[in-house]
Design a protein around this ligand. Structure first.
Ligand code: ADP
Ligand code: 5GP
Length: 196
């Protein structure tokens, strides 16, 4: 059995990453979603250990001190990080792993693991992104403006990613993301081992 592949999905807050990933996971059982740690408050419906590990800032600092994170970064006033252990366990078990992380964290992971495949998910327009953030109803008007400001900075880094997917409809975005993952498993180093 070959080791799984590590994928990063980044993109502006509110673009629909969670929505697209939920649909992708519903149709693919050999995938592992890396549950991040965060110091932000849970949104209605979010469960500890399922959507995030919700930590106090003190506990987050302890995890940093114990070197538990593959990467971590600040995002609009909160800390977010990827626990390394579960990622490696899933990869060793042959599962593909998806990290839903912002661009600074993506840079850290790619520096440590250059084989990581990165996908940037973008909105069809800035107006639509603001509409989605507002419609989600989880952030104050001030936080929405901060997230939009951060989105404009993040898009400037999209060129560093391997792939760019526009989330116009969830169906299209899932189809493109699946196609990328399938293509990444069609590289010679993985496919030709039975012949050499
Ligand atoms: P993210 O995880 O990127 O922050 P979410 O998945 O929470 O974004 O989506 C933000 C909002 O946009 C949600 O209300 C979601 O239902 C909506 N949404 C996601 N994808 C689409 C789409 N393709 N078209 C319209 N609305 C969408
Ligand atoms: P949200 O608060 O909307 O759930 O997430 C805000 C941003 O944090 C999103 O861009 C999301 O991709 C990013 N994020 C979530 N988990 C992590 C993580 O573990 N590390 C980093 N660097 N970013 C994360």
């Amino acid at each position: 059995m070959s080791r799984g592949k590590l994928f990063i999905v980044s993109g502006p807050s509110g673009v629909g990453k969670s929505t697209v990933l939920r649909a992708l996971f519903a149709q693919n059982s050999n995938l592992y979603f890396s549950v991040s740690a965060t110091t932000r408050d849970p949104r209605p419906g979010e469960e500890d250990g399922v959507h995030y590990h919700f930590l106090s800032m003190d506990t987050f600092r302890e995890w940093i001190a114990k070197d538990e994170f593959l990467e971590y970064a600040e995002f609009v006033g909160n800390a977010y990080g990827t626990p390394r252990k579960y990622v490696d366990e899933a990869l060793d078990a042959g599962k593909d792993v998806i990290l839903d992380i912002e661009v600074q964290g993506a840079e850290q992971v790619c520096a440590k693991r250059p084989e990581t495949v990165t996908v940037f998910i973008a909105p069809p327009s800035w107006e639509e992104l603001e509409r989605r953030l507002t419609a989600r109803g989880t952030d104050t008007a001030e936080k929405i403006q901060k997230r939009l400001q951060r989105a404009k900075e993040e898009v400037l880094k999209a060129n560093n990613y391997d792939y760019f997917v526009v989330n116009d409809t969830v169906e299209n975005a899932v189809q493109e993301l699946s196609a990328i993952m399938i293509a990444e498993h069609c590289r010679p180093d993985e496919k030709m081992t039975h012949l050499v």
